[in-house]
Design a binder for this molecule. Structure first.
Ligand SMILES: Cc1cc2nc3c(=O)[nH]c(=O)nc-3n(C[C@H](O)[C@H](O)[C@H](O)COP(=O)(O)OP(=O)(O)OC[C@H]3O[C@@H](n4cnc5c(N)ncnc54)[C@H](O)[C@@H]3O)c2cc1C
Length: 381
């Protein structure tokens, strides 16, 4: 059944986007996985066709598209492969900060290029010494005349190699009490003196996604690159994490649906003991259980997408969806690998890639433990 927020124009858009991906992404995806990066050329093609940040206001070159278009884009990208997550991050996680907290000048300077694919963005919160405990970051930005002097290190940064524009979470007031009140967001551009990139990190999964370390050694960032107000960074992050977690839930739900389809097809093809393995009741029950969980996830998720589109605060529910749907997708992936037998462990079967790609969804955008902390806090226990 189609979700209530999907209308005729979204169906048409989905068909067009799918055709684009069939031509420009599916045939090359395995190669990108081997190379460990998605070429910039693909980003530019996405931009040319209007598939990057279509929600941005028309005055900055966007299409003013509603969030249902973002949902369609995220689902179709995930169907190609989870490594496309960097594009989702750019579209629906990083660029929204610029659009919401940027000055008119910042928006005019950067938004059109984010839409065309000339600029690829990233957000750098995590450091070697601080992930879940964001207020514990050590990167500092000290004002010196017309510049901030930034010192510190970030790690695990999605699009870290490609990024031209990075929102860096840093402390402009390291002595603030409580510490989160000293956090600000600075926009660091590619050629900033004192900014360097480290290794492209070797990961268990998401092989085509470029994830990197970033270093700042007396990096000179123009003061006009402050995003929003000094000391408000933590609040901006809290505000925007709702959509980030929703995007992760959408991707995990889509992955579970893809994995289920692969597995259903496989068990109906594979024969053992003179029967299709789909005819064993134990196999049928496992598929029945997976189908039920996937349906539960989809119903909850579609409901949340609708509420989010109405502008409601869904922080608690989105935390629930993020942990539950990503754990469900992990269960579905593990069960499906088992149902594929030895072939499931072979790279030539898609389930192998899906199996190693899914666990990170329970880790990034706030670990599932952090999700439960938020839910518990809001339960006023
Ligand atoms: C592929 C990938 C891409 C990423 N992309 C980005 C990115 O683009 N930008 C960015 O800033 N970051 C990114 N991250 C970082 C990610 O957000 C962090 O890894 C995550 O927030 C967890 O932080 P950590 O790794 O420091 O783990 P830690 O915070 O050290 O946690 C370790 C374990 O302890 C648990 N834990 C911590 N505190 C508590 C507590 N109070 N109670 C119970 N359990 C607790 C955690 O849940 C986890 O299981 C990415 C990570 C990966 C793997």
């Amino acid at each position: 059944m189609t979700a209530r927020y999907i209308r005729e124009e979204h169906h048409i858009f989905r068909d067009a986007f799918r055709k684009f991906l069939e031509k420009e992404a599916y045939p090359y995806f395995d190669e990108w996985e081997k190379q460990g990066i998605i070429p910039r050329e693909f980003w530019r093609k996405m931009g040319e066709q209007g598939f990057l940040c279509p929600w941005v206001d028309e005055q900055y070159g966007g299409l003013n598209a509603d969030f249902a278009y973002s949902v369609v884009i995220n689902e179709e990208l995930e169907k190609v492969g989870s490594s496309m997550v960097g594009i989702s991050l750019h579209n629906d996680i990083v660029v929204p900060y610029l659009a919401e907290y940027g000055t008119e000048e910042q928006k005019r300077k950067w938004l059109p290029k984010c839409i065309s694919g000339e600029i690829i963005t990233a957000i750098a919160m995590t450091e070697p010494g601080a992930g879940s405990d964001l207020a514990g970051i050590a990167t500092t930005a000290v004002r010196d005349g017309d510049y901030y002097i930034v010192n510190g290190q970030k790690t695990f940064i999605t699009n870290g190699i490609h990024a031209d524009l990075i929102i860096v979470v840093c402390k402009t007031d390291p002595k603030a009490i409580p510490p989160h009140k000293g956090i600000s967001l600075l926009i660091v551009e590619r050629d900033t003196p004192g900014f360097t990139r480290g290794r492209k990190l070797e990961k268990v999964g998401l092989h085509a996604q470029d994830t990197a370390e970033l270093f700042f050694t007396d990096a000179k960032v123009p003061a006009e690159n402050l995003l929003g107000e000094e000391g408000k960074g933590f609040y901006y992050l809290m505000e925007k994490l709702q959509q980030e977690r929703l995007i992760v839930a959408i991707a995990a739900q889509t992955a579970a649906e893809v994995i289920f389809r692969l597995t259903k097809y496989y068990v109906k093809e594979r024969t053992a003991f003179g029967k299709k393995i789909s005819q064993f009741q134990t196999v049928q029950f496992r598929l029945a259980e997976m189908a039920t969980e996937i349906e539960l996830g989809r119903t909850f998720l579609d409901d949340l997408i609708e509420l989010h589109m109405k502008g409601e605060n869904i922080v608690t529910k989105v935390s629930m969806a993020k942990w539950w749907i990503t754990e469900m997708a992990k269960r579905v992936a593990a069960e499906s690998m088992q149902l594929h037998g030895g072939y499931g462990y072979m790279e030539e079967y898609e389930i192998a890639r899906r199996y190693r790609d899914i666990p990170v969804s329970a880790i990034y955008a706030g670990t599932n433990e952090v999700m439960k902390m938020i839910i518990a806090k809001n339960l006023e226990l």
